[in-house]
Design a protein around this ligand. Structure first.
Ligand code: GLA
Length: 424
């Protein structure tokens, strides 16, 4: 192939990887990483807290580790639209307005994300925790233009309405995708097709069930993840009339059977590492630990990386422990998450232990040994158990230590070990 054609072909590939495309999708080169206000601040979010989170992303090294999107979730808006129908920020909590907030973030090398819903009310308005009806219904093109004018780079667009078919939801989400495209500003579209009434007994009402190709850049595949291990307690909340929530283990289990797609990333929901159940309005009567124990926090980050999922931290970054910061910024785990390869998946089980594998772009393989149970398990990294041949070397991604193939690995209850395996 002549050199010029090679150069043009490479250029076209690079543009397709990160530019805006005809479909209106942004075509990200890797799953987005960032911080979202919801898990730590809920509806109480304000401008000072977003500024503080942005500053902390910079000072803790998280921005440089890849966490660049700052997403202001529900409740940022004035509960009433302006006379011309446009959205505006809540004058008390965001007094300087959203364009100024966008500038604050961009000046620090960050990207600006915002939240809306396609129906007449956002999720907090549906749940009664915030007043007004300022969803995008009837204002889709106008809202898209407003977001573009404010310098928004990412829109979380949350169904949060009555159960609907995939086709109905696709039409509604696609209208926003088209409106965003028409603004001419590349804006990542992150949709959540899970209605408040998404029912675990009706899998078709849960986002991961559909094929959303062409509709969005990111697609939520299930209910809100809470800092809980499994959904026994989540089910309790569901049957007691609240909206459905999920834990870490059940989200991983569900994700194991959801297909990966070429033009969007499956989004199993945000990280709950370092977040507390109390800020999520969890019933005080439930006796559960307030934060995820360290081992379970590692499970979430590692398994989200194996799935090639967006990594959206949700903790209060101004009060982050060193341990949480070191976990969230682990270069080896982030490299697996952001790898150009297809997401990994579960390749087998040895006793209680699940073996997950992801073929990485440079020929290495990421292998996660996951113990979902509440008792210890033991495993070796040998050919018989998980197919690692004699000429392979395994490095523990979190500690950097090499792991011999035939030394037993003890997997504590509800824990994971991640190895990068190089052969030959
Ligand atoms: C839904 C979403 C959450 C959050 C809230 C805001 O529950 O799934 O991630 O955006 O709405 O109200």
């Amino acid at each position: 192939m002549p050199a010029l054609i090679v150069v043009l072909t490479l250029l076209a590939g690079a543009l397709a990887a990160c530019g805006s495309s005809d479909s209106g999708l942004v075509r990200l080169a890797a799953p987005p990483m960032g911080w979202n206000s919801w898990n730590a601040f809920g509806c109480g979010i304000n401008q000072d807290e977003v500024h503080a989170a942005a500053d902390a992303l910079v000072s803790t090294g998280m921005r440089d580790a890849g966490y660049r999107y700052v997403v202001v979730d529900d409740c940022w808006f004035d509960p009433a639209r302006a006379a011309d129908g446009s959205l505006r920020s809540n004058p008390t909590t965001f007094p300087d307005g959203m364009a100024a907030l966008g500038r604050y973030l961009h000046d620090r090398g960050l990207k600006f994300g915002i939240y809306e819903s396609p129906s007449s009310r956002t999720c907090a308005q549906v749940n009664g925790t915030y007043t007004g009806s300022t969803g995008s219904a009837g204002h889709v093109a106008q809202d898209a233009r407003t977001f573009a004018k404010w310098g928004v780079d990412f829109l979380k667009y949350d169904w949060c309405g009555p159960p609907a078919s995939t086709d109905q939801m696709r039409r509604v989400f696609s209208a926003m995708r088209t409106a965003l495209r028409d603004t001419g500003r590349p804006i990542v579209l992150s949709i959540n097709p899970n209605s408040v009434e998404a029912n675990p007994a009706m899998p078709e009402t849960i986002g991961g069930a559909g094929d959303w190709s062409g509709a969005a850049d990111l697609v939520r595949t299930g209910q809100d993840v809470y800092p809980l291990w499994d959904n026994a307690i989540a089910d309790w909340v569901y049957t007691n009339g609240s909206y459905t929530i999920a834990g870490i283990r059940d989200t991983i289990e569900r994700s194991a059977s959801i297909a990966a797609h070429d033009d969007y990333y499956n989004d199993p929901d945000m990280l709950v590492i370092g977040t507390s159940l109390s800020t999520l309005g969890f019933p005080a009567s439930a006796s559960v630990p307030s934060y995820l124990p360290d081992a379970q926090a590692r499970v979430q980050l590692v398994m989200w990386a194996m799935l090639g999922a967006p990594l959206m931290a949700g903790n209060d970054l101004t009060r982050m422990s060193d341990q949480t910061r070191m976990l969230l910024t682990s270069p080896g785990v982030i490299a697996v998450d952001q790898d150009r390869s297809a997401p990994g998946g579960r390749t087998g089980r040895v006793g209680d232990i699940e073996v997950w594998s992801r073929q990485l772009a440079d020929g290495d393989r990421a292998v996660a040994l996951f113990n979902p149970e509440t008792r210890s398990g033991t495993l070796e990294l040998d050919a018989q158990a998980i197919g690692i041949a004699a000429d392979c070397r395994a490095t523990d991604v979190l500690t950097g230590r090499s792991q011999s193939r035939d030394a037993p690995i003890i997997l504590a209850p509800t824990s994971v070990e991640l190895y990068r395996v190089r052969c030959g």
